[in-house]
Design a protein around this ligand. Structure first.
Ligand code: ATP
Ligand code: MG
Length: 484
């Protein structure tokens, strides 16, 4: 077993280096990276501190005579040799004993019997073994029973690879569901009857896709056919939960495979019908030899490594308005698709209950993704304003992914890097020549008009038409005389 796990570990490492080699950060030209470093890992590394705290908690439980195991994602990730996001412990200690043993720890819902033990800058979840019963709402169990048998605890979990236990002292892995062999085979398999498991909690449909995408695993045949049958039940899940899973699929490094699985399982039209509609929308072959809008979008996702939510969603939605803007003129054209796409992206993300901040970031990236066309003809001020666009770093990454998805390089990125290198930070963000209090001293009254004056001044400054305080005062008196 040890050797096969080691071989698998190699394979996963190989796959992740490969995908990293193919990914945006690896293919972003070096000069762009130097100016705008690409890359962000959404999976936080399990800290030393967390590991230490987990061992201390385990020792205390063992010392008090209880059974204790590492469980779930952290065991899976350890066996795969990949970073893990958090450590979960499970034990036969009843909730009341957990509260006594770890006074001051936060209870994650007392009746759930889960406590969050906090140490210095680390926290570990400890849960009493439990079984779960009767899921009438398709998401939450109506009843939870505390158990002393760890087997009962793992049987309520979703997939075999998420149901492994590990003894914190001997490192022995306890496997009641065949999780180890599924890890070796690279399979996502529901525990027990997949139909029943997806009926209990429909969110598991998306979790299956997420884990398959993240680890480049296959979904086991019976599990997959249950998913196909039950795809429409995902509509009963709260939009923010759906959004949480989709965001993770987009940002954890396997976005293309994730979306191909959403498509193949029939989930896509139920979660993102607008994206499903990209299929079969033709594009001009001269500009897009790769094929239709869906194919292009998948190739764009393919070039993303782990990335920020804004970049992941913008990559998925950048051409979302192509179906509604298509025109068969001299050639196929999508006039205004970026601007319309920004509205469409905002609408979709609002429906999925994304934060305003994320929706606006994505809308701004989608809305600006065609601006690169104008860069070669931009004058100085226009170019500086371009460099001031919000989320510039992600916008450059989006453009890079967009080019890779159309099987071409980008001379524009090279041009941007060359021109950017000649500018200082204060060329791009010059200190204002006048501020609000200066305007008040000059006799203007505070109010909304003052904001307008300040941005008009900034515009003139950026254009290079105003260079000093005196010039600014003169200009202001000429253009805003009435308010004085
Ligand atoms: P990640 O690395 O994404 O956090 P994870 O496996 O740790 O993966 P969590 O969502 O943190 O996933 O859940 C921890 C464990 O709880 C899982 O490994 C699984 O055993 C169990 N679990 C979580 N959500 C469900 C669910 N919806 N149905 C059944 N079991 C679940
Ligand atoms: Mg976890």
């Amino acid at each position: 077993m040890v050797t096969t796990i080691a071989v698998l570990r190699e394979a996963v490492h190989h796959a992740s280096t490969q995908s990293r080699e193919d990914s945006l950060s690896a293919r972003t030209p070096g000069f762009i990276l130097a100016l705008f470093p690409v890359g962000c890992s959404t999976i936080k590394a399990m800290s030393e501190r967390e590991g230490k705290l987990a061992r201390r908690v385990a020792s205390e439980l063992r010392g008090a005579g209880f059974v204790v195991y590492y469980v779930g994602g952290c065991v899976r990730d350890r066996l795969l040799g990949v970073e893990t996001s958090d450590i979960d412990l499970c034990t036969d200690a009843p909730p009341a004993r957990l509260r006594e043993l770890f006074p001051g720890s936060a209870e994650v819902g007392a009746h759930f019997g889960v406590v969050l033990v906090r140490g210095e800058e680390a926290e570990v979840e400890v849960a009493t073994f439990r079984s779960e019963h009767s899921y009438r709402d398709g998401r939450h169990p109506d009843a939870v029973a505390f158990e002393t048998d760890p087997k009962k605890d793992v049987l309520r979990r979703d997939f075999t690879i998420n149901a492994l236990l590990q003894d914190p002292f001997s490192d022995e892995v306890v496997d009641y569901t065949g999780g180890k062999s599924d890890l070796e085979a690279g399979l996502i398999r529901a525990i027990g009857d997949p139909r029943q498991r997806f009926r209990e909690d429909h969110l598991r449909l998306l979790r299956a896709v997420r884990f398959a995408a993240r680890f480049s695993f296959e979904i086991e045949a019976e599990t997959f056919s249950a998913m196909r049958e039950m795809a429409s039940t995902i509509e009963r899940i709260a939009p923010e939960r759906v959004q949480g899973e989709l965001t993770r699929i987009l940002t954890e490094g396997g976005a293309r495979r994730g979306f191909e699985l959403l498509d193949a399982s029939g989930l896509l039209p139920h979660v993102l019908p607008e994206v499903a509609r990209l299929k079969g929308v033709p594009q001009p072959p001269d500009f897009h030899p790769e094929g239709d809008v869906w194919t292009h979008t998948m190739l764009v996702l393919d070039s993303l490594g782990p990335c920020t939510p804004a970049l992941g969603w913008a990559a998925l939605l950048h051409d979302i308005a192509k179906p509604e803007t298509i025109q068969f003129a001299d050639r196929i054209r999508f006039h205004g698709h970026a601007e319309k796409g920004a509205d469409e992206a905002r609408r979709i993300l609002t429906r999925l209950r994304c934060s305003n901040e994320l929706s606006e970031a994505v809308a701004s990236l989608v809305g600006a993704h065609m601006r690169f066309q104008d860069v070669p003809n931009m004058g100085e001020a226009a170019f500086r304003r371009f460099l001031r666009l919000p989320h510039l770093e992600e916008l450059l990454q989006l453009h890079c992914a967009d080019c890779l998805g159309a099987r071409k390089g980008s001379e524009t990125l090279e041009l941007i890097a060359r021109r950017r290198a000649t500018l200082t930070e204060s060329d791009i963000h010059p200190a204002p020549l006048l501020r609000g209090h200066d305007l008040i001293e000059l006799g203007y009254r505070p109010g909304p008009a003052m904001g307008e004056m300040l941005s008009a001044l900034e515009e003139e400054q950026l254009e290079g038409r105003l260079r000093s305080r005196e010039e600014a005062v003169r200009w202001l008196k000429r253009h805003f005389p009435a308010t004085v």
